[in-house]
Design a protein around this ligand. Structure first.
Ligand SMILES: [Zn+2]
Length: 449
């Protein structure tokens, strides 16, 4: 009896959204208890990251009625996480975040099932991600977001008029926080801008010009970076600076103080020295809570249609007062990731090896160490070694033959792309069209694109 009282009070607020019609509902919304039951029984959500945002997301989603959750995170719990990653205790230090987070939420929220994955996101097969109705991102790195974005967009297919096929859209909800600032966004590949369409939202990290540090310091941070980047090398020739060595940090601090006194600059402290040198922006628990709440609500809205979703990018700033704003960004129609795919015209005699070599210098792609799949079939895999060996003999075979002699089709390529001297793993969708084919008619290619 007590159990059912708890259960009904738990879904009371959810029921207000799911059981009643309204003015703000989505296009296909059908209110009723069936919707709530289906949502609990069938909908699978993947949470990426079990850190500050991930802990909040798991708790919020579990309390919003989602019962089939999985979480993926490669990190282990550290003492410094405990002030905000509230699912973790002192005795958990050293254990995988994903496993402890899943266990804690399951202990507290009855009926929810959370499957943890303690690994890198790149370690999972691409198809693993296709299993979820929606992917919620609680990440702190641009590279990881970019990778997951390309995976989700790779499921997207277009019809012959280049309109996205609705059933191939894999929705994502992305949260991010930095100090008192944060964002929550909805990404519907092919419909709203994907992460890559708006990559310019993340400016490169600000570094101070060395001449400013050496000649005209104006702030405490300038003095600290002078001691860290210039003075350290002058004094300790050849010895690498170790940010985790407190003796090194104290030395930088005392040098920064001397420099600040020389130029009459206030504000150099030991903790600021650590912050500047390690590039630390303090994480604020309440920012995580607010952003995660927005993401969990958007997740519920996308899967149930109980309200129109955010369109499409919410920013939050709690640094001075409280400010939120929603901006509707637009898609980049030439986006390499969420668009219909880069069109590559090939001669039908080109071997798979030649094709892989070609991608390395291909404009816009510059993709090295490529692995190639076609319609879920591995044509060539760089790793693991057992798959490499199994697929190696394909390298000498014409790509046209490997793709079942279709004139035009999509292949997926994973590899390493270089951008601004940085190497990142990525996944690209390519539309391959063959020319110079004799005796093949459109009839033969009905199973193609
Ligand atoms: Zn895009």
């Amino acid at each position: 009896m007590a159990g059912s009282v708890v259960q009904s009070s738990r879904s009371r607020d959810l029921d207000k959204l799911l059981l009643r019609p309204g003015n703000l509902i989505g296009a296909n919304f059908e209110p009723g208890s069936q919707l709530r039951d289906d949502l609990q029984q069938y909908v699978k959500v993947l949470v990426i990251g079990a850190g500050g945002l991930g802990c909040e997301l798991l708790k919020d989603l579990a309390l919003s009625g989602f019962r089939n959750l999985e979480v993926i995170d490669m990190d282990r719990i550290e003492v410094t996480n405990l002030n905000r990653q509230f699912l973790f205790r002192l005795e958990d230090v050293g254990k995988p975040k994903a496993e402890v987070a899943a266990k804690r939420v399951m202990e507290r929220v009855s009926g929810v099932n959370i499957l943890p994955h303690f690994c890198r996101i790149e370690d999972k097969e691409i198809e693993f991600y296709n299993d979820f109705h929606i992917i919620a991102l609680g990440l702190d790195s641009i590279e990881a977001r970019s990778y997951i974005n390309s995976v989700a967009c790779s499921f997207l297919e277009y019809d012959s008029d280049d309109n996205p096929l609705e059933e191939t859209i894999k929705p994502m909800v992305d949260g991010g926080t930095e100090g008192f600032k944060g964002h929550a966004r909805v990404i519907l590949p092919g419909v709203t801008p994907c992460f890559e369409c708006t990559i310019w939202l993340f400016p490169p990290q600000v570094k101070f010009p060395l001449c400013t540090l050496a000649e005209t310091p104006r702030t405490a941070a300038h003095c600290i970076e002078y001691a860290h980047l210039i003075k350290w090398d002058e004094v300790h020739s050849g010895k690498a600076f170790d940010p985790d060595d407190s003796e090194h940090m104290k030395w930088v601090y005392s040098e920064a103080l001397k420099r600040a006194e020389l130029f009459g600059i206030p504000g150099v402290t030991y903790s600021l020295t650590q912050g500047v040198v390690k590039n630390i922006i303090p994480a604020i628990a309440s920012t995580n809570a607010i952003i995660s709440a927005a993401c969990a609500l958007e997740t519920l809205k996308i899967v149930s249609g109980c309200s129109k979703t955010l369109s499409n990018y919410l920013t939050y700033n709690g640094a001075e007062g409280l400010h939120t704003k929603v901006t509707e960004f637009v898609k980049d129609k030439d986006c390499l990731v969420c668009g219909p795919g880069v069109l590559i015209e090939l001669d039908s005699s080109i071997t798979l090896q030649k094709f892989i070599d070609l991608l390395e210098d291909y404009p816009k792609l510059l993709l090295s160490k490529a692995s190639v799949t076609h319609r879920g079939k591995n044509l060539y895999m760089q790793a693991p070694p057992v798959l490499e060996e199994m697929t190696r003999s394909n390298l000498g075979v014409p790509l046209f033959d490997l793709m079942g002699k279709v004139l035009k089709d999509v292949v997926h390529v994973t590899g390493v792309a270089s951008k601004n001297d940085k190497k990142t793993s990525c996944l690209r969708k390519l539309r391959v069209a063959f020319k110079g084919v004799d005796g093949v008619t459109d009839m033969d290619t009905a199973s193609g694109a």
